[in-house]
Ligand binder design. Structure first.
Ligand code: EAX
Length: 363
């Protein structure tokens, strides 16, 4: 089952002046037409469902799934595939309801709802969760994941499994990875091609100490904030800039209020699939395994969608007038060198071995 009501990001329902409202409504209609046309033509098709029907215990279940991003992103598309698999393979006995755009709370609120048993599933970025799971900070280190090949080796190998185990505690069951992606900087002030250009820029970061450290070290003026508050903060100039993958920048319409972007690829952010332990313990074993299998299928498909859309959407953002600065390898090296001390600050807290193991995959 898909919930279609009240699915708009908050910032699309904010009040406007009459004239501005009319202009915006027109632009919004065009944007939505563009979005669905693009989704129809370029979105990788959902794979066929594999695996047979799963027997339960005769009872019906509902899983409410909360995500922070909007319907236009890869995450939602992946969640739709999850929904299809679970509903079909349970023969309709497990119904999945999707809630996008942080309608049920931002990443941290949704995780806390899982713990208290008032929500069944959520797919947050790992970064806001580092207080609960310090090892997750490995995903916040700058330039640690040079390619998606390294990412896949982590997700699909021992390191990914270990980290799912770590997160299967504190009232949560972690059943899979998908991707938010490589993060890019946007701002409302001027083009940025070196750390010097960041001086004084107010940058919103996720609620994560390493991200704060990164932007402070680069010379910017970072401030942590939940994703749900971000569009309004950018629009009202509370912050000058933010950083997120191209897909999230477009699907959240940040480009409407951020004319400048820099392709920094400075951090790779995963989404982790979390289920409420209280809910999990009520499910028959067959359905528990079904959720794990569906999360794995979603993981592979969502990564495919995300990677297909990434370059395409960067081009669309350019076509829509965003000024995107692509850094030369030399310019990237300046950022990397400047950020080297971040590793010294965090290495011991995160676990040096974990960092070395990931580095080894890049050799
Ligand atoms: O759901 O907060 C952010 O910038 C993240 O990209 C968010 O988790 C997306």
């Amino acid at each position: 089952m898909t919930i279609t009501t009240s699915a708009r990001p908050q910032h699309l329902t904010r009040p406007h002046g009459v004239w501005q409202g009319a202009m915006k409504a027109g632009a919004l209609a065009l944007a939505l037409v563009g979005l669905s046309a693009q989704a129809a033509s370029d979105m990788p098709p959902m794979p066929e469902i594999t695996g047979g029907k799963v027997a339960g215990n005769g009872q019906d279940y509902t899983i409410r799934v909360s995500i922070g991003t909007t319907k236009g992103g890869a995450q939602y598309r992946g969640a739709e595939y999850f929904e299809k698999i679970v509903e079909s393979r349970s023969d309709g006995h497990v119904q999945v309801q999707l809630f996008d755009s942080a309608q049920l709370g931002d990443d941290l609120q949704a995780v806390s709802s899982l713990q208290s048993g008032t929500l069944e599933m959520t797919l947050p970025s790992t970064s806001p969760l580092v207080k609960m799971f310090p090892e997750f900070a490995v995903f916040d280190l700058p330039f640690l994941f040079p390619t998606t090949d390294v990412v896949d080796q982590v997700f699909d190998g021992d390191i990914g499994d270990q980290l799912l185990k770590v997160a299967s505690s504190k009232g949560l069951v972690a059943i899979g990875w998908s991707e938010n992606g490589y993060r890019q900087l946007t701002n409302s002030k001027h083009p940025v091609s070196s750390p010097a250009d960041l001086e004084g820029l107010k940058i919103r970061t996720m609620q994560n100490p390493i991200h704060l450290d990164i932007w402070r070290t680069l010379g910017a003026n970072p401030t942590p904030m939940s994703f749900a508050e971000l569009f309004t903060a950018l629009e009202q100039g509370v912050v000058d800039g933010q950083e997120n993958p191209w897909i999230t920048i477009q699907s959240s319409k940040f480009n409407e209020v951020q004319p400048y972007a820099t392709e920094t690829n400075h951090v790779y952010t995963p989404f982790i699939t979390l289920v409420s332990k209280r809910y999990w313990d009520r499910l028959p074993e067959g359905y528990q395994q079904l959720l794990v299998d569906a999360a794995q299928d979603m993981s592979r498909y969502e990564r495919q969608v995300s990677r297909t859309l990434n370059d395409q959407i960067k081009q669309e953002l350019k076509d829509d007038g965003m000024q995107i600065t692509e850094l030369t390898p030399g310019q990237v090296a300046v950022f990397q060198k400047k950020l080297a001390p971040v590793y010294d600050h965090w290495r011991d807290q995160i676990g040096g071995q974990l960092i070395d193991d990931i580095r080894e995959l890049s050799q």
